[in-house]
Design a protein around this ligand. Structure first.
Ligand SMILES: *Cc1c(COP(=O)(O)O)cnc(C)c1O
Length: 451
């Protein structure tokens, strides 16, 4: 298959400042190069965080206790939202932080008719040192710009966006991150709001940032029963850092520890070359819910999305997917699907796993980004070479898999037999230490709080 070109912002994801500046230049080039049909140049007013106004919510909500079951439902929003309007004529207006509440649109709004929507998902963590951190948010900012331009929404400076995101977290953190180990899930969204039934690029848009209360990563097992849906993810099955519990078979004889995946059917595809699977668009999700619901009804947590007749392994639900196996030559290999074909969402967690394995497992594990098929996974399992597999993303963190249903076969991972997913949990522990500031690391970006 011919690789499909991906926009430079999708590939040039570097956490360091220089690369962020590059992404910003790119997005400004996109702004400069974009004209709408009537010839008006987009980008009259750039997104400008210095114009931010803050109006405090006079009626703040009750913050759920950290041991409450409420945060699991992901329906408890924080007190505020950030909004910023854009129009083709005037560019970006002054952003504002105000009380979280309903928005109003015309029924003809572009987002409602033609799904001109993209989003981001990241978390703010209250570290064990008391500081609040974001994890590699520069990457989310760059990806947000890439996703926006894929659906003809306006580009913006990722640097200014990041300033706004930090300002928003700074407002919410004092009340919503009261205890160490707590987190909130941040959902920046951009929608086309202009009213037209003609199929044209939106001439008006709205940038929104909201947040919801979310269970802390390391508490996930204490909070059973898990919800039906955790932001498109799977609740993590093992306590980070601690040895994973030995799985106990449920009433159906299936393991109850570890994520259980069901491979997508031949007639259901999440993404295809030339499509938009590499952009974080709402349009990727609506059509995937049918397969997800079917999988859940059959007792699986998530769909493992395959592509093509060869059953190429792509992603697990709304998260990336890795397999650890031994090659026939005895080499430990951690394999994940490559980004080149444009059918994989370039996850921040995915890249971080890759970076950490390169750095800390050099000589022990070979990290391979390549096309691999479900048949290879099945063969490795038959030959006793399949060691671990995990889904990873902001919502699911690093979730070791116990089982993969593929066609009529259940492929069991050693975790299902009670063996620890040692490598997955080691990587998970490294990430957690960075997110919660247990170690000083450039990926953990501290946010100043506004008290
Ligand atoms: C968001 C998302 C991921 C994970 O990305 P992270 O940046 O690691 O949270 C993976 N796959 C899909 C389809 C996604 O939407």
């Amino acid at each position: 298959m011919t690789p499909v070109a991906v926009s430079p912002t999708a590939l040039e994801w570097e956490a360091n400042k220089e690369r962020t500046r590059e992404a910003q230049d790119n997005s400004q080039k996109i702004v400069a190069a974009t004209t709408i049909p009537n010839g008006i140049h987009i980008g009259a007013g750039e997104l400008d965080a210095s114009k931010l106004t803050i109006t405090r919510n006079p009626a703040p909500r009750h913050v759920p206790a950290s041991d409450s079951s409420q945060p699991w439902e992901q329906t408890v929003p924080t007190d505020h939202m950030l909004t910023c309007k854009w129009s083709a004529v005037g560019g970006w207006e002054a952003p504002e932080i105000r009380a979280h509440g309903p928005l109003s649109f015309s029924p003809l709004a572009s987002v409602l008719q033609y799904a001109t929507e993209c989003f981001e998902g990241l978390k703010a963590y209250r570290g064990y040192d008391g500081k609040v951190r974001l994890f590699r948010p520069q990457r989310n900012a760059a990806r947000f710009v890439h996703s926006a331009t894929r659906v003809s929404l306006p580009a913006f400076s990722p640097t200014e966006f990041l300033k706004l995101l930090k300002a928003y977290v700074g407002v919410e953190a004092p009340r919503w991150l009261p205890d160490r180990g707590r987190l909130i899930y941040l959902r920046p969204t951009l929608v086309g709001t202009s009213t037209a039934l003609g199929i044209t690029a939106p001439t008006e848009a709205l940038l929104i940032i909201v947040a919801v209360s979310t269970p802390a990563v390391e508490d996930s097992r204490a909070r059973a029963p898990p919800p039906a849906a955790v932001l498109g993810g799977v609740p993590s099955s093992t306590v980070n850092g601690a040895p994973p519990a030995v799985p106990q078979p449920g009433s159906d004889g299936k393991p109850t520890i570890g994520t259980r995946l069901i491979a997508s059917r031949e007639d259901m595809v999440r993404a295809w070359p030339g499509g938009f699977g590499n952009a974080k668009l709402g349009a990727n999700y609506g059509p995937s819910m049918l397969a997800q619901q079917e999988g859940r009804n059959r007792g699986y947590h998530q769909v493992l999305w395959l592509f093509g007749e060869e059953c190429v392994v792509t992603e697990a639900g709304g998260s990336n997917f890795f397999v650890l196996w031994k090659t026939r030559e005895g080499q430990l290999e951690l394999v994940t699907a490559p980004l080149g074909e444009g059918i994989i969402l370039p996850g921040v967690t995915r890249q971080s796993v890759i970076d950490l394995v390169h750095e800390r497992f050099a000589g022990e594990i070979e990290l391979v980004e390549r096309r691999f098929t479900m048949y290879e996974v099945a063969t490795a399992a038959e030959e006793g070479r399949l060691l671990e597999a995990f889904a990873c993303g902001t919502a699911v963190f690093v979730s070791p898999c116990a089982e993969i249903h593929f066609r009529s076969q259940d492929i069991a991972l050693p975790l299902a037999r009670g063996e620890p997913a040692t490598y997955s949990l080691t990587i998970r522990g490294w990430l957690k230490d960075i997110m919660y500031g247990n170690v000083a690391h450039p990926w953990g970006v501290v946010v100043d709080e506004q008290t």
